[in-house]
Ligand binder design. Structure first.
Ligand SMILES: Nc1ncnc2c1ncn2[C@@H]1O[C@H](COP(=O)(O)OP(=O)(O)OP(=O)(O)O)[C@@H](O)[C@H]1O
Ligand SMILES: O=P(O)(O)OC[C@H]1O[C@H](OP(=O)(O)OP(=O)(O)O)[C@H](O)[C@@H]1O
Ligand SMILES: [Mg+2]
Length: 283
């Protein structure tokens, strides 16, 4: 049995649970139950505050965890990271009141800065040669300048609406973060093997999310161009249509390239383009 710690409730929770479920692992979860066992994989899931997860994994109380890199690095255990998971992407930024004078990070010399990330911010400011007083607060950091607690803040930004709503202006990006899988560094052989199985499944799920299955009809004369646009995993599948001079092509296309490739496919004469989601992708 391997023990995985995930956030009980917050920005990481839903995506963490979805990823585990998409890996084909079934379990029952309820708001009040802080520990559950999977029914079809030797996995126990602990539901914790995210700040506690790096320490638990470092100490071996949990074998694995899912946490933001911001919390992992702030806790001082960056070496525990084994796999970036691609969700909960955000940045840790410095922000000042909208009307405040600011030309560069040197403008923060001698200022009071409120943050929940004194380690990451402290290292950044030292690197920039700036000395400032850091006030560590655990939440609602964006309120600090408006209540006279600080001249600037350093906190998580995603859409920027919290900064906007509190009259603040983002001035520097200090750190970029996403959710990561972390693991204790002294797992025994059996747990190491379970970790590898989990990583394999997570990679298959992530690869599938990034790609789409595409089926289309094309004139035989355009086949070489279509093949060049849709190289697929090894090569596309090409079958003859009942109608003379036409083929059906099946392939895989990256989600990011999809619209661009589709425009080009249409330009060379492709028709009846169907796009389907992929559940798992193993190369
Ligand atoms: N607005 C956001 N957009 C994307 N990711 C975010 C955002 N805010 C936070 N995150 C990421 O999700 C993690 C958890 O954020 P959340 O706000 O749920 O933390 P928390 O309030 O400290 O939770 P807990 O109660 O577990 O301590 C953060 O550490 C960060 O990595
Ligand atoms: O740039 P935005 O999209 O506005 O997101 C940034 C906000 O999101 C997070 O807080 P959250 O909403 O998770 O609440 P919390 O303070 O309870 O953690 C973070 O602490 C910021 O305040
Ligand atoms: Mg927290």
């Amino acid at each position: 049995m391997i023990r995985l710690a995930i956030q009980k409730s917050g920005r990481l929770s839903e995506d963490s649970l979805n990823l585990i479920r998409e890996c084909g692992i079934s379990f029952v979860s309820s708001t009040y139950k802080l520990k559950t066992e999977a029914t079809n994989f030797p996995l126990e899931i602990l539901f914790l505050r995210d700040d506690d997860i790096p320490g638990y994994v470092q100490d071996g109380v949990a074998d694995l965890g899912i946490v933001g890199q911001n919390v992992l690095v702030e806790a001082g255990f960056p070496k525990l990271e084994v796999e970036a998971l691609g969700f909960s992407k955000c940045r840790l930024s410095l922000a000042v009141p909208r009307g405040a004078e600011y030309s560069s990070v040197a403008s923060l010399q001698g200022k009071n800065i409120a943050t929940s990330y004194p380690e990451i911010l402290g290292r950044y400011l030292t690197g920039e040669g700036v000395q400032a007083q850091l006030h560590t607060i655990s939440g609602s950091v964006e309120i600090a300048p408006s209540i006279g607690l600080a001249d600037a803040i350093c906190d998580i930004v995603s859409s920027g609406s919290t900064l906007l709503g509190n009259g603040l202006r983002e001035v520097e990006t200090v750190f970029r973060s996403e959710a990561v899988l972390i693991a204790n560094q002294n797992l025994n052989t059996e747990k190491q093997h379970l970790l590898e199985q989990l990583r394999f499944r997570m990679q298959a799920v992530r690869r599938a999310r990034r790609n789409k299955y595409i089926i289309l009809n094309a004139p035989v004369a355009a086949l070489d161009q279509v093949k060049a646009l849709l190289p697929g995993i090894k090569s596309p599948t090409v079958t003859k249509l009942a109608e003379e001079g036409w083929v059906s092509v099946q392939s895989v296309v990256n989600e990011d390239d999809f619209w661009h490739v589709t425009d080009q496919l249409k330009a060379v004469g492709a028709e009846g383009i169907l796009v389907l989601p992929i559940e798992k992708m193993i190369s």
